[in-house]
Ligand binder design. Structure first.
Ligand code: PLP
Length: 392
């Protein structure tokens, strides 16, 4: 008999009733160190007092107001992000997938309004992940995601990751935009170099195409800058943001320049819940906290310490791990053993990590994890590695 919840997830046998900082707690009191943070969602950990206050204060005022009316919390968050980023304007969503939908629509509408309706193709890359909607799966294009779901949304061109020559050769008069994650998350923590991002920007300028960055996983302070592309000193035309921006409340945003957004006039897009008062009250609290230069400096400090711990772990367990990669607190342990075995051994040792493609174990901890959390992370991961070693 089919379970009452559609069985699209293979769930671990864990069930949490409470969260505190970097810790998740089961009903029997077992405490797990959460190095997954809901896959880069709980940017400030669990039950952060600032976020609890923002949410409960707003909950006592008004939960939901239609986008038919002004939503002051939405306006505040938009103004804050305009001040802090390249963006002139933005649209709020509830998830990363919805950002993908709008980013694709926005790029196509831009060229339509510019008198170039033939420019509809979006270039994407192997290993990318942009969500599970029709546009999202067509963008990723992998058999695993698209098989059985055809006919697919047309107009996506899939290229190898980080192959400049292939990219240059693929651009045609139909190319509307390049859509890319500065650091692939699901694809196995694969970062683009700063130079590669600079080259992408230059190529988009030269060929007159839009650059869409998907910072759903790598954005909102995760790399030690508010957004990952800042390290390369470039700006996109359109950017997808979700996950961390809500700190656990479903919230996303598509940020854009005035030029790129120019086709999106009244009636061209909408959402019932997107940018609702609860989400935006929490989003403001997250962005105000994370954008503080001291907070970001601390992300880089903690990332350095965690990475050092992981390098030691790799050196101590050469049969289990091959290396560490990533940026800031978006780290991947490249495994020699099965990454799934490592993640499962982590559960046995009360530490939560997330598998990714390319045999990677992903670490996406809360951005405010403490020195003690880092010490616990290395010792619990080391216990997990020993367990895997024994079984090899
Ligand atoms: N884009 C990236 C880079 C992601 O990592 C994800 C989710 O993992 C998405 C888009 C889709 O976001 P959501 O699951 O919130 O729809």
């Amino acid at each position: 008999m089919i379970p009452s919840v559609l069985p699209t997830y293979s769930r671990a046998p864990l069930s949490f009733v409470k969260g505190e900082g970097s810790w998740l707690i089961e009903a029997d009191g077992r405490r797990f160190l959460d190095l997954g943070a809901g896959i880069a969602v709980n940017a400030l950990g669990h039950a952060h007092p600032t976020l609890v206050t923002a949410l409960t204060n707003q909950a006592n005022k008004v939960w939901h107001v239609s986008n038919l009316y002004d939503i002051p919390q939405q306006q505040k968050l938009a103004d804050l992000l305009v001040e802090l980023t390249f963006a002139d304007t933005m649209f709020f969503t509830n998830s990363g997938t919805e950002c993908c939908e709008l980013a694709v629509k926005m790029a196509r509408k831009y060229w339509f309004e510019k008198g170039a309706p033939e420019k509809t193709d979006i270039i994407t890359f192997d290993g990318s992940f942009h969500g599970r909607s029709s546009a999202g799966i067509a963008a990723a294009g992998t058999e695993k995601m698209v098989k059985g779901f055809g006919p697919l949304l047309p107009g996506f061109v899939h290229l190898p990751w980080d192959d400049e020559e292939a990219l240059k050769a693929a651009i045609t008069d139909q190319t509307a935009a390049i859509l890319i994650e500065p650091i692939q998350g699901e694809g196995g923590i694969r970062p683009l170099s700063d130079q590669a991002l600079k080259d992408l920007r230059a190529l988009c300028d030269e060929k007159n195409i839009l650059l869409i960055l998907d910072e759903v996983q790598c954005g909102v302070g995760r790399t030690g800058k508010l957004f990952a592309h800042e390290w390369a000193g470039i700006t996109p035309d359109i950017m997808m943001v979700a996950k961390g921006i809500g700190g656990g409340f479903p919230l996303g945003a598509v940020l854009a320049t005035e030029e790129a957004a120019s086709g999106m006039t009244a009636g061209t897009h909408g959402s019932t819940y997107g940018g609702n008062p609860l989400g935006c009250a929490v989003g403001c609290a997250v962005v105000e906290t994370v954008s503080d230069p001291e907070f970001l400096a601390n992300v880089s400090r903690q990332a350095g310490a965690l990475r050092q711990g992981l390098e030691g772990l790799v050196a101590a367990h050469p049969d289990v791990f091959e290396g560490v990669r990533g940026s800031g607190l978006m780290l991947g342990l490249k495994c020699k053993a099965s990454n799934i075995d490592v993640v499962n051994a982590g559960y046995d040792n009360e530490v939560i990590t997330v598998p990714a493609a390319d045999n990677i174990v992903r670490l996406l901890p809360p951005l405010n994890l403490t020195d003690e959390d880092i010490a616990e992370a290395t010792s619990r991961l080391s216990a997990a590695a020993k367990q895997v070693e024994k079984a090899i």
